[in-house]
Write a protein that binds this ligand. Structure first.
Ligand code: ZLM
Ligand code: CA
Ligand code: ZN
Length: 397
């Protein structure tokens, strides 16, 4: 209807199993799989499905997940239900479930949910491996905090680690970039002892007024992986700690300068970009002040290097803006521009209408919708970039 034709150049594939939508972490939990429904509705309303290859991947199997995760953890995760869960069982707490914050609740269909989003990331990685796609997208993945035997920060299975492991069968060097507002600690930890994966995370870092560190509390500029010179992974992680309220121009400059230096030095043959949308202005959990196009600039920048690209979701806690951003970034991948006026035939159009919901347009101004003062000075950011570039001294391409 919008007359979009498949652009020459980039083959983009979209890996999405709609069953992921029907899962709920519980009322008032910030992670809402429903944001994926909204994203899909925008992508369809703009006609982007005609510009990509669409896949409905099967759920991953327990054997596939065991490539990274411990068997005992998986057997617990695959069997636990809200009915049989024993919150005082030591196994329950030690695997990261429940607890005081209840970041990782046990909900109905949990195993189904985790196998679906993981299967989609693996399917996307396989498409890159077979050279069927130049860019493969899974907005339901990007759960970067999960460890091999631990659920953490809304993440149970680390689909990113599983996808990178598949890419490593065909690539000597994989670069992982993470623009979620939280530190990509699980992916960094998984590959700390290899130089075949370089991890780069941009995130909010610091202690709040109440004395709590911003989750997960790691990722300062001096954390560069193992320090033992005998460890091949030494210097193959780069962390970019950022303070509250960073704006579009500052973030774009920081991202372009640091990411560009890493790509040129490390020379990866494939790139994985975790595009968590909680770095947007007005996010329920985030602290940054980015607009949708500044977030999308990161996708454009990475795409411009022309390497096989796996693009995955992650955080994002203001669902209407998550959907806007991931729809925009899907368009960036296929190389098309979208009208600011949202098509009116979208199911759930009300979610995007009204002044507080972004006024029925694709690119509302998100600047200071939650009033985080900008604590990042130009001087701090220049020092940060200088240190970041120095941190690349152990890297060979
Ligand atoms: N408490 N409900 C980002 C993951 C962020 C941990 C633990 C002291 C929440 C949050 C859960 C409904 C990604 C922490 C100790 C009390 C925090 C976090 C359930 C609200 C709710 O209303 C909520 C009852 C819940 C959780 C807020 N949790 C906000 N921030 C973080 C985890 C995941 O985006 O990076 C990738 C998907 N957890 O801060 C405590 C440390 C304080
Ligand atoms: Ca990050
Ligand atoms: Zn996050």
């Amino acid at each position: 209807q919008y007359g979009l034709e498949k652009p020459r150049g980039y083959n983009v594939s979209f890996h999405y199993n709609p069953h992921v939508e029907y899962h709920h972490f519980g009322s008032s939990h910030p992670m809402k799989p429903w944001r994926l429904t909204l994203t899909k509705q925008l992508v369809l309303a703009y006609g982007l499905e005609y510009t990509m290859d669409l896949y409905e991947p099967r759920p991953a199997t327990i054997d596939e997940l065991e490539v990274f995760h411990d068997r005992e953890y998986l057997s617990f995760l695959s069997q636990v239900t809200p009915q049989n869960a024993k919150p005082d069982d030591p196994a329950y707490l030690s695997f990261g479930f429940g607890g005081e914050s209840n970041d990782c609740p046990v909900f109905d269909g949990l195993w189904n949910y985790v196998s679906i989003y993981s299967g989609a990331s693996m399917s996307a990685a396989q498409n890159l491996n077979n050279k069927q796609s130049d860019i493969a997208i899974n907005w339901s993945g990007g759960l970067h905090h999960a460890k091999k035997n631990l659920a953490s920060g809304f993440c149970y299975i680390n689909d990113i680690v599983l996808a990178i492991q598949l890419l490593l069968t065909q690539n000597q060097r994989v670069l992982y970039i993470d623009i979620d507002v939280h530190h990509g600690d699980g992916v960094e930890a998984a590959f700390e002892s290899t130089d075949r994966v370089f991890t780069l995370s941009y995130h909010k870092f610091g202690i709040d007024r109440n004395g709590y560190p911003f989750f997960p509390g790691t990722g300062n500029i001096n954390e560069m992986g193992p320090t033992d010179p005998a460890n091949r992974g030494k210097g193959h992680s780069l962390n970019i700690p950022i303070d509250d309220g960073i704006d579009d121009e500052q973030y774009k400059w920081l991202f372009k300068t640091v990411t560009g230096a890493v790509i040129e030095k490390y020379n990866p043959t494939a790139i994985v970009l975790q595009s968590g949308a909680d770095s947007l202005g007005g996010d329920r959990l985030g602290r940054f002040n980015l607009n949708i196009k500044a977030h999308g600039f990161c996708v454009e920048t990475v795409k411009s290097y022309g390497r096989p690209l796996l693009l995955i979701g992650g955080g994002g806690y203001t669902p209407r803006n998550v959907a806007r951003t991931w729809c925009h970034e899907t368009a960036v991948c296929v190389g098309t521009e979208l009208h600011n006026e949202l098509p009116t035939h979208i199911p759930y159009i009300q979610a995007f209408q009204g002044a507080e919901n972004g006024g029925g347009i694709l690119y509302p101004d998100l600047h200071n919708t939650k009033r985080h003062d900008n604590l990042n000075t130009q001087d701090n950011l220049h020092k940060l970039v200088t240190q970041a570039l120095e941190n690349l001294r152990y890297v060979e391409g």
